[in-house]
Design a protein around this ligand. Structure first.
Ligand SMILES: [Zn+2]
Length: 222
């Protein structure tokens, strides 16, 4: 990804991917134009992780403390998050578009992340479900990367390709899994990209300037 890094306060409407791994991919917006990376620091990654509701708050607090004492390692961990995210983006969009063969570099990177995660993981059995489990204790600042890499592997094996789409909205490019009953969801969010497209149809000239800014960006961003 080439683009700019921009501070962003994550909100629930930024989590529309239908899976946490796809929501990670969507921490970059405007991939169809000049991509904007919203992960402007490790604390932002923690903020995003907290919003997903899929991590133990105590673990996130522990990571925050670790990042404060080891800022250099936190920056490296964030670089790894970005690397995983971009590899997943390239791989998932190649799968959606049925590009064959899948981009080798992306596959190698996902494999590399998954292997690191597994090396830090323990096999646990909860109820009747064996699972690979990582922790801050064993993964340190890489905990989120490890957890996301494990979940990415599960997702990739079961990705519903006919239901996985890229939003065609202007300056969007978000990926999502369409879980609607009819399976005809086209936009990441009807209230933003969908309406924006409708607006362009009806008021193209009048709204040209506003729509060029894209719905994920200021000043339309609230
Ligand atoms: Zn969109």
């Amino acid at each position: 990804m080439t683009g700019t890094i921009q501070a962003h306060t994550f909100r629930p409407r930024d989590l529309i991917g239908g899976h946490i791994v796809i929501d990670l991919v969507n921490t970059v917006t405007a991939r169809d134009a000049e991509p904007i990376d919203w992960l402007d620091g490790y604390p932002r990654l923690l903020e995003w992780a907290a919003l997903t509701g899929q991590f133990d708050p105590a673990a996130l607090t522990a990571l925050q403390r670790l990042a404060e004492t080891e800022p250099g390692n936190a920056a490296l961990a964030l670089d790894r998050s970005r690397e995983l995210r971009e590899a997943l983006h390239d791989l998932i969009t190649a799968l959606i578009h049925q590009d064959a063969p899948a981009p080798a570099e992306a596959v190698d990177q996902v494999e590399n992340h998954w292997k690191h995660a597994v090396a830090s993981a323990r096999l646990t059995v909860r109820g009747n479900t064996p699972q690979l489990q990582v922790s801050v204790e064993t993964s340190g600042l890489e905990y989120l990367n490890h957890e996301l890499a494990l979940q990415a592997f599960d997702l990739l094996r079961s990705l519903p390709l006919e239901r996985t789409r890229v939003c065609p909205g202007l300056r969007c490019g978000w990926v999502f899994i369409d879980s609607s009953r009819g399976g005809r969801r086209r936009w990441c969010d009807m209230a933003t990209c969908g309406n924006s497209a409708k607006g362009r149809t009806h008021y193209q000239r009048k709204r040209q300037t506003a729509s060029q800014q894209g719905h994920h960006q200021p000043p339309n961003d609230q």
